[in-house]
Design a protein around this ligand. Structure first.
Ligand SMILES: [Zn+2]
Length: 247
């Protein structure tokens, strides 16, 4: 019979062989730390020795151990999954917080670079370089904003106060050195609410308008200058418009 299989070949592995393979798997897990727990289980410790009982009880014990190991592996896998999920959530929270900080910083940077009108909702009542005997130069060195006495005066942009006090014909005045190196001046004030050296931000209330100094009525005199000194004036309307103010 040429096609008879040789005995012992092509047969399903016996129970002992399968169990041995599984037990080998158990042994392979020792590096994960699982084996330490397995070795301590009373079921295994209490099992009779092979010498006493033969192989079958050992096989049973090995299967029980293998099931325990399977359970523990499943628990560890679940724990690892949860830890990964927790770390991903924490990373996302950090990234979201950083994005909020960046957005706030950018918004603040934009705000500080924005210019505003010194009198909200007002208009220019006397233009730049208008001529009148009222001014010592014979020509207006700034612009006048219509404003009744006691109207809030705002810093037009970010800067530092370099003068705050009596300014002769300008009455009570404030001069601010702007962050771009130019200067702005606010005259005829009824009250001054900042002091020299103080930093001011765009739109910050710095004074109340009035009619102090050489005036015929209440208004805000506003100048833009290239230096802190009288005479270095530039067109305030062009200055404000160049800085994005709609007047
Ligand atoms: Zn004026």
């Amino acid at each position: 019979m040429a096609f008879t299989c040789a005995p012992g070949k092509h047969r399903r592995p016996g129970r002992m062989q399968r169990t041995t393979a599984r037990a080998a798997g158990v042994a392979a897990l020792t590096t994960t730390g699982v084996m330490a727990t397995v070795a301590a289980t009373p079921a295994l410790a209490a099992e009779p020795s092979p010498e006493q009982t033969g192989l079958i009880p050992v096989v049973t014990a090995s299967e029980a151990v293998a099931e325990q190991v399977d359970d523990q592996v499943a628990v560890q896998k679940h724990a690892a999954f949860e830890e990964a999920a927790r770390q991903a959530a924490a990373k996302k929270a950090v990234e979201e917080r950083e994005a909020r900080v960046r957005a706030a910083r950018e918004a603040e940077r934009k705000r500080l670079n924005t210019f505003v009108s010194p009198i909200t909702g007002s208009y220019v009542s006397t233009s730049y370089q208008a001529s009148s005997s009222l001014w010592s130069s014979g020509s207006h060195t700034g612009i006048d904003f219509h404003a009744s006495s006691g109207t809030t005066v705002h810093a037009v942009g970010l800067g530092t106060v370099v003068e705050a006090g009596w300014g002769g014909a300008y009455g009570n005045q404030i001069v601010i050195k702007m962050n771009d190196g130019t200067y702005t001046q606010y005259g005829h004030l009824s009250s001054i609410e900042v002091s020299v050296g103080q930093q001011v931000t765009p739109g910050q209330r710095i004074a109340l308008s009035g009619a102090t100094g050489n005036v015929t009525g209440a208004h805000l005199h506003f100048e833009a200058r290239t230096t802190a000194e009288y005479g270095s004036d530039i067109d305030p309307v062009a200055y404000l418009r160049n800085h994005g103010v709609n007047i």
